[in-house]
Design a binder for this molecule. Structure first.
Ligand SMILES: NC(=O)c1ccc[n+]([C@@H]2O[C@H](COP(=O)([O-])OP(=O)(O)OC[C@H]3O[C@@H](n4cnc5c(N)ncnc54)[C@H](O)[C@@H]3O)[C@@H](O)[C@H]2O)c1
Length: 271
């Protein structure tokens, strides 16, 4: 039985991943502070299924709290860390850059320090396609220069990629940094467009569309992300000297207009 520490375990991706790991017979130790970036009740609901498993443990703790994190690492045997806890979202990071810095950078540092102290050698972590900023060349490739972030959120994710490399080099920690591209599916964060537009349509309300709807982006289904995370864990645990940054997505962007039409069609089929 593998013992996974999943930070952000009550969030959209973390809770879906935890369920899958538990179903496969693993142990999951989750950390989440149930912050109010969106309604914490949604997060309580996200972990309901996992709470049925005896091998699931949830710590309501903040990764910024060094002592709390220390205690969790001291009390549990952990084989691998999947670090997903973060303040997500580009626009809100412009409003509150200090919070993003504290959670995403200082919080991550606390996790890395405990991994070092407890000799935990495997880390899979969420980065983001937002590190590509205004990059015009597509498809985005992992070896492109991403030094020109255009939001505090993107800057923290880039900083995470750099800092995890330091721990890889100095302390032999295997690291897979996964750049996600707008993840969608059941439990999607309510601040993300697909979830927001679906709610608006169901309430017969107008959808705010910025521009003419031709801007396009890549979306990745949650099950594919969960699969990618689990495969990355396996890769980390079976190899040594791993430091990889990986785009976890496809290269088939769809336009905003198309996306809105698809939601409309799906809802029509439902009724
Ligand atoms: N969903 C996407 O489309 C997407 C795209 C790119 C990157 N990501 C990254 O993937 C990860 C998971 O994203 P998500 O969509 O599941 O977001 P989410 O907000 O649903 O999950 C993040 C979880 O982290 C928790 N958290 C926040 N601050 C914390 C703190 N200080 N201490 C402990 N827990 C804290 C939150 O309560 C939340 O449950 C994040 O790192 C995010 O930046 C997500």
């Amino acid at each position: 039985m593998i013992s996974y520490l999943v930070t952000g375990g009550a969030g959209f991706i973390g809770s879906t991943l935890s369920e899958k790991l538990l179903k496969e017979g693993n142990k999951v130790i989750a950390i989440d502070n149930f912050c109010n970036f969106y309604d914490p009740k949604i997060k309580e609901n996200n972990i309901k299924e996992s709470e049925n498993y005896k091998d699931f443990k949830i710590y309501r703790a903040d990764i910024r709290n060094k002592q709390a994190i220390k205690n969790i690492f001291a009390k549990n045997k952990i084989d691998i860390v999947i670090h997903l806890a973060a303040m997500a979202g580009v626009r809100p990071s412009i409003e509150n850059p200090v919070l993003y810095q504290e959670v995403n950078c200082m919080g991550t540092q606390n996790i890395l320090e405990e991994m070092k102290l407890h000799d935990i050698k495997n880390l899979v972590m969420a980065s983001s396609s937002s590190v590509y900023g205004n990059c015009k060349e597509v498809p985005f490739k992992e070896n492109m220069i991403v030094d020109f972030a255009i939001s505090p959120y993107a800057a923290t994710k880039k900083a995470n990629e750099v800092m995890t490399h330091v721990y890889h080099k100095l302390f032999d920690i295997n690291v897979m940094m996964l750049r996600f591209f707008t993840v969608y599916g059941p439990k999607q964060r309510p601040d993300l467009a697909i979830s927001k537009f679906t709610r608006l349509m169901l309430n017969d309300e107008e959808i705010p569309m910025y521009g003419d709807g031709t801007t396009s982006r890549d979306y990745t289904y949650i099950d594919d992300i969960v699969d990618g995370i689990i495969k990355s864990c396996k890769y980390c645990m079976e190899n040594s000297n791993v430091y990889e940054i990986l785009n976890l997505g496809n290269s088939s962007p769809i336009s905003l207009k198309e996306m809105i039409n698809k939601i409309g069609q799906a809802l029509r089929y439902r009724t």
